[in-house]
Design a protein around this ligand. Sequence first.
Ligand code: SF4
Length: 384
Amino acid sequence: MKFVDEYRDSALARDLARAILAEARPDRDYRLMEFCGGHTHAIFRYGVQDLMPENLRFVHGPGCPVCVLPMARIDQAIAMASQHGVTLCTYGDLMRVPASERQSLLKAKAAGADIRMVYSTQDALAIARAATQQQPAQQVVFFAIGFETTTPPTAVALKTARAEGLRNFSVFCNHVLTPPALRAILSDSADEVARIDGILGPSHVSTIIGSAAYEFVARDHGLPLVIAGFEPLDVMQSALMLVRQINQGRRDLQNQYSRAVSPEGNTKAQALMRDTLVPRERFEWRGLGWLPESALKIADAYADWDAEQRFPVAVTPGREHEGCECPKVLRGLMEPTDCKLFGRVCSPENPLGACMVSSEGACAAYWLHGRSRIPQRTASASAT
Ligand code: SF4
């Protein structure tokens, strides 16, 4: 398979591993945060961490949209489905994420709510169109989540619904923005900030918003950032670029993923987003709290398709499962295997936190690709 094979070539990986080993100074360590859950999974799936020198560690960040969605928003979606009787359409990853009171969308569906799994906004629109023929009074709500990558399809769905006059369709908008989250991580309170020497920047998100959106990392926080692709060689080459910058005392924005990311990004997609969505004053993130201008809501011109306005529900702050360390995992303050519940009571079959459910979650990545390390880590931890 041309292109994919090239980015997973084992001989090239060995060359890169040797180059990183040669460049990494033995008298210091390197802590590189990968923002995206996709990077976390690539690192574990392909054993990238094992190819790194001992003094280079990848630190996981908040780049999993399912993981950072606070419980209250899932509670709100369940309430829309059960109190207003809407047909709620959502992506599969969200179905098992724990909500308050041991609820989840899957449990609400089992209890009778009309909650359906879809693969795209187009699926949700198709359900709404079919409903206009069969059950004209039935309302269909699309539970939209994701970073800037998945936002343009939501914008298109809003435009399509308005163009078609589809009055039984609306969007529960939970799209979040990566730069404010990164800013929050880097300016966290002094005793809670994770030590980070460089950042592997988002790749898919950057195809939309452009690499220039991350200039503030070097300028305001004095850290190097390399936009990194998702393939194992992308991650390794980006790690090498960061190690070089750190050694040379540089703090630059570099773009390793130049085959897909330009400085200005996808201006057509940005225009679509601007037409339909506007920044929220503030939005709650699981693990990061309330962040200003860190999410999008539906613009006034599309208010008729805004599920939050059409189906209001009372929301109380959600309570995380006691002992779940997702907030610390999401801020790079803790590794999943440091959570006392990891692998004992929390597993993909019985997830207690979002990081174990999502296909991009750090806890799921450790479980799927790094379980063999757990006994070793536990033994050394108990010996100290
Ligand atoms: S292992 Fe489970 S309980 Fe612990 S942080 Fe991860 S998701 Fe939360």
